[in-house]
Ligand binder design. Structure first.
Ligand SMILES: [Zn+2]
Length: 251
């Protein structure tokens, strides 16, 4: 996408969210920064690993999420300008991801020229802000939903919609609601018992080996022990809580 498009989406979001001028500048600057100072990525070339410019039309979700986490953490500690810069960088990738690179690059360039003549639709900004949930799960889901499109109006609508939704999620309420706090406290309490339970499951499966039970039983027991200790449901709620700056050492 052209810089003009990145900047006009940033301005449309800023206007709807009533951001002060200084923060709007941060969001605009961040939105064009990946073209000025590219992120790097590894690419395999035969047997060698090469460092290349990270792709913009098919960016890794991890790269975008890393910027959004930085933005959210900065926002929580009141470093709003830094939050906007990182948010802008992430939105740049969301916007580029909306443009189909096509088979011929010339056609892609023409498509970006058409998009540059369009104004971000106000309805897309409003809809994005309305559907936003203040959660890293929601943000990740938005990134996944961004599709490479061909029609300029659809490109602009999608890029604006998801950029606004993600911005509203990152700049959402700084404090977790009571429901999340309660679920998080319960999960932390239950998780503290996990090492003992996991250890017990591991011990039972080892005893099964010595007792001459079929090895498959022992392997299944070890898998259960690993699941108990890793506790994916707990990890998920920790990630949600971290979006609000909570960590289990402070409980
Ligand atoms: Zn780009």
């Amino acid at each position: 996408m052209k810089w003009k498009s990145h900047v006009s989406i940033a301005r449309a979001i800023s206007a709807e969210m009533c951001l002060p001028e200084e923060l709007e500048r941060g969001l605009c600057n961040g939105s064009v920064e990946p073209d000025r100072r590219p992120d790097l990525a590894y690419r395999e070339n035969g047997r060698r690993l090469r460092i290349v410019r990270a792709p913009h039309h098919n960016p890794p979700t991890g790269t975008i999420m890393a910027y959004l986490w930085r933005a959210r953490r900065a926002y929580l500690i009141g470093n709003d300008y830094w939050a906007m810069k990182n948010l802008g960088r992430a939105l740049h990738y969301i916007q580029d991801k909306s443009v189909s690179p096509g088979r011929r690059f010339r056609r892609h360039d023409a498509r970006e020229e058409y998009v540059a003549d369009l104004t971000p639709p106000w309805e897309a900004v409003v809809e994005g802000i309305e559907i936003a949930e203040c959660s890293p799960r929601f943000v990740r889901e938005c990134i996944r939903k961004v599709r490479p499109l061909r029609r300029p109006e659809e490109i602009m609508y999608q890029a604006t919609l998801f950029s606004s939704a993600i911005a509203a999620s990152v700049l959402g309420p700084p404090d977790a609601d009571i429901d999340l706090m309660e679920r998080y406290r319960k999960a932390v309490r239950a998780h503290r018992l996990r090492p003992a339970l996991g250890g017990a499951a591991a011990a039972i499966s080892l005893t099964a080996v010595y007792a001459g039970t079929h090895p498959a039983v022992a392997v299944a027991g070890m898998a259960v022990a690993a699941m108990i200790i890793l506790d994916p449901a707990y990890r998920r709620i920790c990630t949600e809580a971290e979006w609000f700056g909570l960590d289990d050492h402070k409980l």
